[in-house]
Design a protein around this ligand. Sequence first.
Ligand code: WT7
Length: 637
Amino acid sequence: MTNKITSLSEYLEKYQESVANPEGFWEKIAEDYYWHKKWDKVLEWNFDEPNVNWFQNGKLNITENIFERNLFMRKDQTAIIWEPNDPKDETVKLTYGELFEKVSQFANVLKKQGIKKGDRVTIYLPMIPELAIAMLACARIGAIHSIVFAGFSANALADRIIDGTSNIIITSDGGYRGTKTIPLKKIVDEALEKCPTIQKAIVYKRTGEDVPMKEGRDIWWHDAIKEVDTECKAEVMDSEDTLFILYTSGSTGKPKGVQHSIAGYMIFAEYTFKNVFQYSDGDVWWCTADIGWVTGHSYIVYGPLLAGATTVMFEGVPTWPDAGRFWDVVDKYKVNQFYTAPTAIRALVAQGNEFVTSKDLSSLKVLGTVGEPINEEAWRWYHDLVGKGRCPIVDTWWQTETGGIMITPLAGITPTKPSFATLPLPGIQPVIVDAEGKELKGNSVEGNLCIKFPWPGMIRSTYGDHERCRQVYFSQYKGMYFTGDGAKRDEEGYYRIMGRVDDVINVSGHRIGTAEVEDAINQHPKVNESAVVGYPHEIKGSGIYAYVICDELSETEIANIEKEIRATVTKQIGPIAKPDMIQLVSGLPKTRSGKIMRRILRKIGEGDATNLGDTSTLLDPGVVEDIIDGAKVEVKR
Ligand code: WT7
């Protein structure tokens, strides 16, 4: 494979080269793609606006780089292996040729519905091949996909549709998750009551349950595809046209639509995929994420398919029919590289070793993790039991905004250290800064993690609000992209990610903004005010701890309030944002200017009130004692 690093010395050499001449480094890689017209200039940028242009005025289509570029040698090679929720149901295997046909066909369906270049298409589907088909069909015709994870509620879906002003949504009657079915069409119907821009809904039949179809708006997928042919010319796009938006949470306000553009994202997704996981031709690759998150975008669909890989897509859950499901699937398809989240590993550790020790797993060569720091115990289990001590583990740090992996070992090449993401990929220039934004040079430093030079896969804007993008990512530290994470560079120059330094909680590897959860809790009619923080949780990494002030409650109301608050959050956002701990309090620790001192609440949630720091600026220091007395965890004083 081209552009694949094969040794540590080559990595070091490439890294030096990429810092000395980033334009030259990426330009050489870009030569490998199919362009209708090559770029005039590799890079133009400033981080003040921000304005980042990679491969300026280049013309291309990303799907031609997946299909036409790969087709002559891979027409009959499997592109997607789909493992259904129920292991007794049949696997679906799509070759590159078949997938191309289905993508082209669905692209024609979209066209027939009047969807054009630049239009936003909301996709709200379970993990079925049609999800990948729909997203690639958008890319084929230059429409912008906005995929919403199918675990989000009607309200959360509506927010995303409205912000992205989509006029079409693609969904299914329902979806399976273990023993549960999720009524997706029903959720969509509820969301669409609030979304006047949506003209059409295309509905794939997955569960076969009875769903009402709205005359003039709703169309069955299986009917729509009958009316079109299976060839669709690719729309010629500009390098910097938007490929997709994907909503993610921050410390304030509603989720923002992170915007990625075509050429840079394409090159970065494939480059990182091949190098980090050391994928070789013929290997079977499996990333267990949901395509509703960026991990699925970059490492189930775009990265692997651009590289001509065989990618496994899994509809089910790791614990059904039993906690050995992942390992059954690995053995069934002889998976070579496996990529999952620490939270999934911790959940499986808790189920006992027999589920893994009884499996063969000899096909595995590389193991990866993403989404949150991996604790040493989980790392050991993954390494010793799953990898039988043979497989390198790549702990990959990146974000929705970065488009692809940034700091990571290269599998089998970079010496690893548990809980360290190790070293930056070529082309990535991380810096650690102190509170004032001063770069901390040299080793053995700790501070906030920034990136000081553009990379091709980086965020270009937040949809509909460029100023917000500038504010959130480029204003804290002048001339740098701020990640929101704290990091340490150790004595060897290895990076260890220390976690978010803003008001974002990483729950099971998913980003939840505290402000968003507070807004949701405050929707409950009896709630006056709330404050939400993260606290250490054995399986989820961080759990959600909510301190809530309510109106006076009767005995029965007290008995039900926690349940009701959880239901309110589920309705507003979705089950992933449900607080794990809810504590009713009579007051919150506030400064005289009215700011909640979350630091104190975090400490209490961690169960350690021995060192609450300076509390002299508190309006009423007495509330802290009351909160400690009523805490849901044992608190050391
Ligand atoms: C946040 C980004 C990127 C795919 C999944 C999450 C945390 C991510 C690691 C890691 C420690 C990590 C960071 C980051 N994170 N990977 N290997 N070690 N922390 O994407 O939802 O955009 O979240 O996840 O805090 O900022 P995301």
